[in-house]
Every structure is written in C-alpha cells, then in structure tokens.
Write a protein that binds this ligand. Structure first.
Ligand code: D41
Length: 688
C-alpha cells in the first residue's frame, strides 16, 4: 500500500481522488475488519481530510463509495421501502436446547435425500447465530448502492445511508466481483461497545438500551445518519442474494463454505467460528463447543446455524414456504426471560455497600436457574421502577450477573409501593448513608455489622485469598450467628468442641475445617494482602504491592507517595491502603493473625529496573506440555508480565498449547505473536 504524495503537482485531481479513496478504503478494511491497522489514525485522518477538501472543490466527483460518505447524509422523515431482488428467506428453528437436537436436523436431511445408514456422513457448515438484525447489501459494479433491512422478507427498509456508517461494511469491492452482488448478513453490536454506549447514555441522562440487539436495531433505523454514525456497529456476512457474474462467467461456488471464503477475500467480515463439520456427532460437538465459548465471545449469539455445505444438494433440497430445507437454527437457552418479582431485598456487602436485589420466581436463563437479579443501586432501581409483584425481563449474558432489564408495565397489578432505599442497615440497624457524588448507600456499622463481618471472613477464606477449604457462606453464617467468631483471628482460635457443637456439624466435618484452617496458615503475601479486604485492593494490586515491597511491614507503614510508586496504584488506591492501616483495629487484626501462625515467605523489594516481561500482556490458551495454567500465569506475573483473558490488539503474546481454541484464531486474525511453552520459557529468561 502506498500513500499518494499529496504535495507533488497533480494535474489530474480526479485520479488523485480515486487513489485516495482506494488507499483509505484499504486502511479502513485493515482497521475495522482485520483489526490490524498499519498506519496511525492521524495519518488516516490527514488523507481523509485531503479527500474531503478535494471533494468540496469538485462535488461532481463525489462517488457513493467515497469514505467521506460514511459520516452520514441528510436526516430522513421515514425510510423508503425496497423490494428485495431475491426474497430474504427465514430460517427454520430447532428449539430443543439439548445438544442432541442437532441430530434431528441430520436425520431429516438424510431422510429427504434418501440416504441410508451405510451412506457416509454429510458435510455441513456450522455457524454461530449472531443476535442482531439481518441486512442485505447490494453492490453494483463493485460499489455499495443499497442496504435494506429484512422487513417481511419481500420488502424491507432502505437504510443505505446508515449502512455506510458501519466501518466493517465495505463501500467498494475489488475488481472482478460480480456485476450485481447482494451480500446478506447480520448487523450487531459488540458487548463492550454496548456497555460503553449505555455508560455514555447514562452520563448524558439519556435512556439506556435494553440489550445489544435493540441498540443495533435502533441505530440502523435511526433517521439521522449522524446519530447512527456514533453508534458502534459490526457486521458478519453469512450468505448472498442476487449474484450476476461478470461476462467472463465469474466465480461459481460449489459449496457454502467456498462462498463465505470468497466473501471474506472481497473484504466482508466472516466469523472465524464458522466451521465445516461432518455428520450428526460433529454438529452436536459444535453446538456444545460454541455454547461453552458463548459467554466469552464479546458479542451475543442466540444459537448456532447448520447448513448443508454442497450447493447442489441445497438446490436438491429446495425450500418450503420461504424456509430453506437445507438449513436450521439451533437455539441456545435464552439470555432473556420473563419472571415475577417476589420481593426486593437489600444486601450488605463486605465494604458495607447496600445493594437492592430483586428476588425472582426461579427462571432458567442463559443456561442457569436465576432467583436473584441485581438492581445495582437506588437510582437504577428507581429508573427501572421495579416493584414487588411486577413481571420483569431478566437477562443473563456473558459472565455478568443477572440483571432486571425492564418491567412490563401493562402487566402490573394494583399499585405496589415504589422501592425506597432503607436509611438503616437491614442487618445491624446502623445508619445507611450515601456520600455526595456516590451512587451507593453504605452501612456505617463497620465490623459491628454482622453482614460485613461475614463477608470479610468469606473474603479472607476464599480460594484466591488464604483458602480455607470447606468454609462456605452457610457455615460462616452459623459461626457468626452462634458468636464463636467475631474477627478474622477468631478463625484460628476455634476449638474442636465449639465447631462440633454447631447444628448439623458432624465430627468429621469439624476436623476437616480445623485441618483446612491449619493448612491456610501457610500462605503468600499477595494472598494475605488481598484477603484483608482493603477497599480497591484486588488480586492484581495485592500482587503488585507484594512485588514492590517484598514484605508486609513496609506496606503497612508506606506513605501515600511511596504507595503511588507501585505500578498500577493510583491516588484512590493509595489513600485507601493508607486509611486501612491507619486504623488501629486493622493493624491489630494483622498482628493477631501473625501471632496465630499465619505466615508467608517474605522477599526483597523488587528492583525498580525492568523485569523481562514488564509491560507485556499474555493470553494463555490450550494445554501446555508441562506447565499448568496457574503455574504459567505465576511465572509470567513474577517476571513482570500480565495475563489477560481475551486477545486484543494490545496482547503481546498468545501462549498456545494443545487444543488451543478461538483465542488462537483471534491472535492470527489480529497478527498477535503466538508462542509455545518453549517460546514462553525463552521470554521468561529474558530472550525477547
Ligand atoms: O447469524 C445469523 N443470524 C444467521 C442468520 C446465519 N448465520 N445464517 C443465516 N442463514 C440464513 C439462510 C439459510 C436463509 C441463508 C441467517 C438467516 N438466514 C436469517 N436471518 C434472519 C432471517 C434469516
């Protein structure tokens, strides 16, 4: 790719404009589709402005595929209707959300093709079912001329202007493509883009969107293209409509998979999760595998789609009433369900934060049974106006905690009371206060509040802290309620009799708890620090503190300035650590824990100089030959590196082992370096 020299005398401005369009188009593709830009944004902007300036001088030379046309045109009062050249078919749904539901499809296809058990397995393409809205993009002579929503399949809405604002949709295609090409696919919004959009809406005091699909649909159907342009949308291609090959005959696809690969080569985003599979067993395996990856994908899918790969078999199978016989959508358990609110409780967290929680009639959503959904805080509960008895939509998508998205107001009966936040802690009765500028109410009871005490103990005993195996919330409730534990050190003063005397506590279990407590005494400094539950000190910060100071006492005595010298510690965290250790009772807890025998290996303060992996981020995928996952993570962190859960442009290395999954595909897509265990060890030794 060459950058045109804009300062050389250029008599033919039309040619220069064409060249700029082409260059900008290639960089936009690298940026939006491949996620691998090769020029700085500023350089792109410079060329973009240059083209804009030329177009201002020669409006007659503006082409519909010019990248300047992405930023939106005039505000519409309504969308024009468009008749699809070929109807947009709908897709038959297999609603059985068991993986074995896939067998029904294979059995039906084999029956319809007259195959018997002795015939070989059929070849299918399996795709994720993106949860967005279907769109048809019409290109004539390689230029995007029309985009339409699906509508009723025959007639949709003309959303051409808005589609041009979607960076992932090419405005023009390489030479040699069919003279007419309709590409069909799904417009969707990534979860991170959705969260960011909602955060922005909230901060502007505007209404938030219920889910990424609604936000995407709203953006596509936004009459003001300038607003549409500010909504971050993405696109995946999954099929074609009308295709008129150029005179030479052009590409003729034999299979659906070929078709998708060709679309990809022309610049359309095609998901790397699309796979060729054979027979029922592999369909089932695909359903299960995508189901497991679902939460971590970064965007919502509501199932998978199976398609017969061979186009000739597809035409042999044909369709019934607008549904092809050769494809089926196999749904996953829904991520949104209706249920009713039985009560609204207020829970007290470890730091005293009061959280309103809707107690729900049990409902199966996103693959689990949900009985609680957070209402976040008072403002959020009021905004959604959730009341006892209401019928609500609950959503559980990704790894996020279940949430009430909205109330079906027309299903509300009587006039239930509006939710108000209690002014006293529901557990200890201390005053609950909401500080100026904060969204949360907090119980002021501190460790006087048994809820906070219980949470503090659970936090300390959890696997990621000192780990007391078998000490769960039921047992902690019992111990605190029975008064045998008040503070953390009390844990290590428990006698066998006190434990065994608890209701439903067998002698064997009591001994197991004592053994687990004994074992937990031998810990590490980061685990201990994290376990103390200092506000804003999570695992990563605890590790950074331990690495920086080596020992506990200097941390307890460090000034805010000294704390600020630790990587990742900002003013809020520094202040919180200082405040914690300024409280005599907190220092007392630490001393008593040490006196009870809780210990760790103290180290030397880390040299400030660079560690081999400082500033680098790793993503682990698959099974490494000798190192366990936790081990690899610990080694990387000890060398100053970070371990992240998902691959992005910022990832330095993906460490791949056997059966590496989509993270490896993603790394390859983004051009992120991939190393194996041996490669990782070299890096750890400083051989980067
Ligand atoms: O991801 C999707 N939502 C998706 C939708 C997909 N991966 N493939 C699809 N394939 C088709 C056929 C088989 C008709 C070409 C579809 C849809 N249709 C579809 N989406 C909305 C209506 C139909």
């Amino acid at each position: 790719m060459t950058t045109p020299d804009l300062f050389a005398p250029e008599p033919d401005e039309a040619a220069l404009m064409a060249q700029l369009r082409q260059t900008l188009h290639e960089h936009a593709h690298r940026y939006y589709v491949l996620d691998a830009p090769t020029i700085p944004d500023a350089e792109y902007d410079r060329m973009f402005r240059q083209l804009q300036a030329l177009e201002a001088r020669h409006p007659e030379l503006i082409t519909p595929d010019s990248p300047t046309q992405r930023v939106g045109g005039k505000v519409l009062d309504q969308f024009a209707q468009v008749r699809h050249a070929l109807p947009m078919l709908s897709i038959r749904t297999e609603t059985d959300t068991q993986a074995s539901g896939a067998e029904n499809f294979d059995a039906r296809i084999r029956r319809e093709l007259g195959l018997t058990d002795v015939d070989p397995a059929l070849e299918y393409v399996a795709e994720p079912k993106f949860d967005g809205l279907a769109m048809s993009l019409r290109f004539e002579h390689g230029v995007l001329v029309q985009a339409a929503t699906r509508g009723d399949g025959e007639v949709g809405e003309d959303v051409t202007q808005n589609s041009r604002t979607i960076g992932q949709i090419p405005l023009s295609l390489p030479a040699g493509v069919p003279t007419v090409l309709e590409v069909r696919g799904e417009v969707y919004m990534r979860r991170d883009d959705f969260e960011a959009l909602n955060d922005k809406q909230r901060s502007l005091g505007q209404k938030t969107f219920v889910n990424p699909r609604n936000a995407a649909a709203g953006a596509v159907r936004q009459l003001d293209p300038a607003i549409a342009a500010r909504r971050p949308l993405s696109f995946f291609a999954y099929g074609v409509g009308e295709v008129t090959p150029p005179d030479a005959g052009g590409p003729v696809w034999q299979t659906h998979f070929d078709l998708l690969q060709t679309l990809k080569s022309w610049g359309f985003p095609v998901s790397s999760l699309v796979k060729i599979v054979h027979g029922a067993a592999e369909l089932v395996a695909y359903y299960e595998s995508i189901g497991q990856q679902r939460d971590g994908l970064g965007f919502d899918i509501d199932g998978v789609v199976y398609k017969v790969n061979s186009l000739s078999l597809q035409s042999q199978l044909g369709f019934v009433t607008r549904e092809p016989r050769w494809a089926v959508a196999h749904k996953f358990p829904a991520q949104e369900m209706l249920t009713t609110v039985l009560a609204i409780d207020v829970q007290v967290g470890r730091t005293g934060k009061l959280t309103p929680v809707a107690k729900l009639a049990p409902v199966f959503v996103g693959g689990v049974t949900v009985t609680n959904a957070t209402l976040h805080n008072e403002d959020e509960a009021r905004r959604k106006d959730v009341r006892v008895g209401d019928t609500v939509i609950v959503r559980r998508a990704g790894d996020v905690i279940p949430e009430v998205v909205s109330v079906l107001l027309d299903k509300r009966v009587d006039d239930p009371a509006i939710f108000t936040m209690p002014r006293h802690c529901p557990v200890c009765g201390s005053a609950a206060v909401r500080e100026e500028g904060e969204a949360d109410y907090r119980c002021t009871g501190g460790l006087f509040c048994s809820a906070q005490r219980k949470q503090a103990i659970l936090h300390f005993a959890q696997r990621r802290a000192v780990e007391v195996e078998g000490l769960g919330d039921k047992l902690v409730d019992q111990m605190v309620d029975a008064g045998i534990i008040n503070t953390l050190p009390d844990l290590y003063r428990l006698g066998f009799t006190a434990l065994a005397n608890l209701a439903r506590m067998a002698e064997k279990s009591a001994q197991n708890i004592l053994d687990a407590l004994e074992k937990s005494k031998q810990t590490t400094l980061p685990r201990f620090l994290f376990g103390l539950g200092i506000r804003h000190v999570g695992e990563a910060t605890a590790k950074a503190l331990a690495r920086h100071f080596g020992k506990l006492d200097p941390i307890m005595d460090a000034s805010e300035e000294e704390l600020l010298a630790v990587a990742d510690v900002g003013p809020i965290v520094a202040k919180s650590i200082r405040t914690f250790f300024d409280q005599a009772h907190n220092r007392e807890v630490v001393e008593q824990l040490r006196a009870c025998g809780v210990n760790w290996l103290e180290g030397e303060p880390a040299p400030v100089a660079a560690q081999p992996l400082s500033g680098q981020t790793f993503v682990l995928t698959g099974t490494l030959p000798t190192l366990g996952r936790e081990e690899a993570k610990a080694l990387i962190e000890a060398a100053g590196g970070k371990v992240a859960g998902s691959v992005s442009k910022k990832t330095s290395y993906v460490v791949a082992g056997a059966e590496a999954g989509s993270k490896l595909d993603r790394a390859q897509e983004l051009g992120v370096a991939v190393v194996d265990e041996a490669g990782l060890k070299e890096l750890l030794d400083g051989g980067a």
